[in-house]
Structures are given as C-alpha cells and as structure tokens.
Design a protein around this ligand. Structure first.
Ligand SMILES: Cc1ncc(COP(=O)(O)O)c(C=O)c1O
Length: 335
C-alpha cells in the first residue's frame, strides 16, 4: 500500500517510491585536482533505479489526489522515464500505458522488457525519438480515448517534467546540501545530464529557495549537460518550470534564464547518437569507481564533467558532484 505524506505545502502529496537518501560517494581526484563526488541517484531503487523515481513520488501523489484509475506517459523507445512510470504503476496498482517512439520490436529488450514485466501496456507509434511534439500529440490522443471509455487517466508529459515532477529535484537539492554538511565539505559545482529539463528545473528551484532563505550561504554552480536538442536550446523553459515549482513550494522568489546553464557541447550529433567522449567517460567511471554509465544520458553528462575539468573549470581541491541519474537498462540492448 502506498504511503502518502505532505511536503512543505498542504496541497503537495508525495508517495514513497524511492529509497532515499541516495548515497553520496567520494570519487577521488579529477585530473585538475578537484574532488569528485558521485550522487548515486542510479540507486533510487524503483524498478532498477534512476532520477525519475524522485519526480514520480510527486507525480503519483498528484495522480492519487485526482483519484486516477490509470497512468499514461510518453518517451523514446528506450525511455527510462517510461520504465520507471511502469514500475510506479505496479507499486500503486495503477494500470500504466506507455506511448513510445519506434515500431514494436520482434523481441522486447532493455527498458521495454522491464516495462512489460511491470505490467505496462506499450503503444508503439512508429515516430522518431526526437519528434517530441508528435509523441506528445499521441499521448494526448490516448488520454482522450481512455477518458472517453470511462477511465480517469493521469497523463504525464515527456520525462515527467512538470512543476510537480520537478519538486523531486528541489527536495534532492536540499538532500545534497545536507549530505555535504554531514560529510564536512562545501560543494562548488553540481553536474548532471539534462534532457526534458525537470531534473534541472528542480535543482534550480532548490537553489533559488535556499539562496533566498540563507543569503550568506555559499551555493554551488548548477551545470546541466544537454543530451537532447529541445532543452539544450531552451534555458528559459527550464527557468519557467523552476518557477512553477517555486510557486508550489509557496516561494515568491523567482528564477530567470541566467540561472540556467546548459552545456550542449557533449551531445554529439543528436539525442542517443554515440560520442567518443561518452565512450571514454564510461571507461573512466567504470575503472575509477565501478560506476556504470549509459550511452544516451549519464555517459554524455559525465563526459561533460570531464571535458569542463580538462578546460580548467574546476580548481584544485574544489568539490564537484556528479549526479548519476541512472540509465542502466539501455546498456543491455543489441543494436
Ligand atoms: C538516465 C537519465 N538521465 C538523465 C535524464 C534527464 O532528466 P530530465 O528529463 O529530467 O532532464 C533522463 C531522462 O530521461 C534519464 O533517463
């Protein structure tokens, strides 16, 4: 049975889906001499883990508040967000529908295999993974169809990136700062992979809220490494999302687009197109700490951290946290 609790504002319901706090591991020295730390959000637990568990705690809280009878979401063929939504649906006993790019494969693999094991219904659209607007249209159509046939769907946009979903990373920001305090260091930079922008927006909301409440506190630079063209070109939409989250938290302070740093130099050709830097970062992380990165998200994000380190961004003895956002299942697919 789902445990529900209220956070910050009486209106916000959160269901327990993730195993929190996730570990913050020391990762030794970067080539610059900066200290590397790995925030293990690949270990959030839900349906083999990843960043979406934090968002889903709030998105599913919203679904239960709305008396939803099923969940719908949308993503790329190997979407981690879809797989984790399927896992949340299984935990909460809510039938789950996934609108996916691509055609139905002969054999399900990776995230699709897991989603199907969790009991989700997969709707293959034949669309390209980068065709976000038509994928969203397909989600809207399915939502209408299911509503007409008497269901009450809770329909979640790509990546779970709404103001409500981003609450998961506003609270993660607090969790990180509290772990830094316990481990006796001040974090200078937080680096992570950004795609649909909700993780980024939540962290920015957390940062802005902390800054407003503690103006003297030294706070980290928040650096998103963009792996999809949509968000990489769009700091203003991330700031907008952060502001929705701040409103939900009852805050009056606001983010603006200058607060949002997205580095799109490590994306390569496009979403999911492999890069040599990501392949090298995967080996670096595996040898250094047995951290397992995936080629679509976390390896590109980590290649951005190593690349910015090589360019002299981080000074010796500064503290840099990489949020490992997960993505493990797509390592196990044949091409
Ligand atoms: C493993 C992984 N890392 C990072 C991200 C990016 O998170 P967001 O969509 O919140 O930007 C995703 C999104 O699907 C993901 O699956």
């Amino acid at each position: 049975m789902a445990r529900r609790r209220c956070v910050a504002q009486p209106k916000i319901t959160r269901v327990t889906l993730a195993t929190l706090p996730t570990p913050l591991e020391a990762g030794g020295k970067l080539p610059s001499g900066a200290n590397l730390w790995i925030k293990r959000d690949d270990l959030t637990g839900l349906g083999v883990g990843g960043n979406k568990a934090r968002k889903l705690e709030f998105l599913c809280g919203e679904a239960l508040d709305n008396n939803a009878t099923c969940l719908i979401t949308v993503g790329a063929a190997q979407s981690n967000h879809c797989r984790m939504t399927a896992a949340a649906g299984a935990r909460l006993n809510l039938p789950t529908h996934l609108v996916l790019s691509g055609v139905k494969p002969k054999q399900l693999e990776g995230n699709q295999l897991l989603s199907s094991m969790f009991g989700a219904q997969l709707h293959h659209t034949g669309l390209d993974a980068s065709d976000w607007s038509n994928l969203e249209l397909a989600r809207a159509e399915l939502t209408t169809d299911l509503t007409k046939s008497g269901h009450r769907p809770h329909s979640i946009p790509i990546g779970g990136s709404t103001g409500v979903g981003a609450l998961g990373y506003a609270t993660a920001f607090d969790e990180i700062i509290s772990q830094c305090n316990t481990q006796n260091f001040v974090v200078d930079s937080i680096v992570f992979t950004t795609s649909s922008g909700g993780t980024h927006a939540g962290l920015i909301a957390g940062l802005i809220r902390t800054r407003a409440n503690n103006p003297q506190k030294v706070l980290p630079k928040v650096i998103g490494i963009g792996v999809a063209k949509g968000v990489a070109l769009n700091p203003s939409s991330v700031a907008e999302l952060a502001n929705e989250t701040l409103t939900l938290l009852g805050e009056t302070v606001r983010a603006n687009q200058d607060d949002v740093l997205i580095d799109a130099n490590y994306m390569g050709g496009d979403y999911a197109v492999p890069t040599q830097a990501a392949a090298d970062a995967t080996i670096w992380a595996a040898h250094r700490g047995a951290w397992v990165l995936d080629p679509v998200y976390s390896a590109k994000g980590f290649s951005g951290l190593l690349g910015r380190d090589a360019k002299g961004e981080f000074s010796a003895d500064s503290n840099v946290i990489f949020i490992h956002t997960g993505g493990l299942p797509s390592l196990f697919i044949s091409h």
